[in-house]
Write a protein that binds this ligand. Structure first.
Ligand code: AIR
Length: 166
């Protein structure tokens, strides 16, 4: 019981990032986002919520993200990747978009879908694919580090390792 209380307490004090995916098929490429977040001491919840196939779920998760204690949202999708933009329309939290390959060569369909947001509604778009999964976590860490000293120290360590985990 004591253990639970202690672990709950530690858990509760960790910064949190919500990672939304357009499909379960995006999980493998986005797994590094969770791994990198955890290395920085950031708790990550990864949930599938397609903007096209399950728009109500995507909408609900985006609208409740701040109240649920998340500092920012990472949204990853391939093809006509509307998810990051839809999330940005439903929350004032910073939204980081990860374009994934799977449709047109190089993931350019997803890249253009995510990066070309209309004025006033930004999505911070990172690299296509696996590099983007990692960069999304590092960018989330940089945002969180503005107010979190332990994450800022992990960013220093990350830099000293040549921007790698080991
Ligand atoms: N997708 C799913 N709903 C909306 C979009 N844009 C994307 C997923 C995935 C691709 O479509 O993010 O990258 C193919 O999904 P699936 O489920 O057919 O493998």
């Amino acid at each position: 019981m004591l253990c639970c209380l202690i672990s709950d307490g530690i858990f509760a004090s960790m910064p949190k990032v919500l990672i939304l995916l357009g499909s379960k098929s995006d999980e493998a490429v986005m797994s590094d986002c969770v791994k990198y977040c955890e290395w920085f001491g950031i708790h990550a919840d990864m949930i599938v919520a397609s903007a096209h196939r399950d728009p109500d779920r995507a909408d609900e998760l985006a609208r409740t993200a701040r109240a649920n204690g998340y500092s920012c949202v990472v949204a990853a999708a391939g093809m006509a990747a509307a998810l990051p933009g839809v999330v940005a329309a439903r929350t004032d939290l910073p939204v980081i978009g990860v374009p994934l390959e799977g449709g047109l060569p190089g993931g350019v369909d997803a890249l253009y879908s995510i990066v070309q947001m209309p004025p006033g509604l930004p999505v911070a778009t990172v690299t296509v694919g696996k590099a983007g999964a990692r960069n999304a976590a590092v960018l989330a860490a940089r945002i969180i580090a503005l107010q979190d000293e332990s994450v800022r120290k992990k960013l220093e360590e990350f830099r000293s390792k040549g921007y790698k985990l080991q």
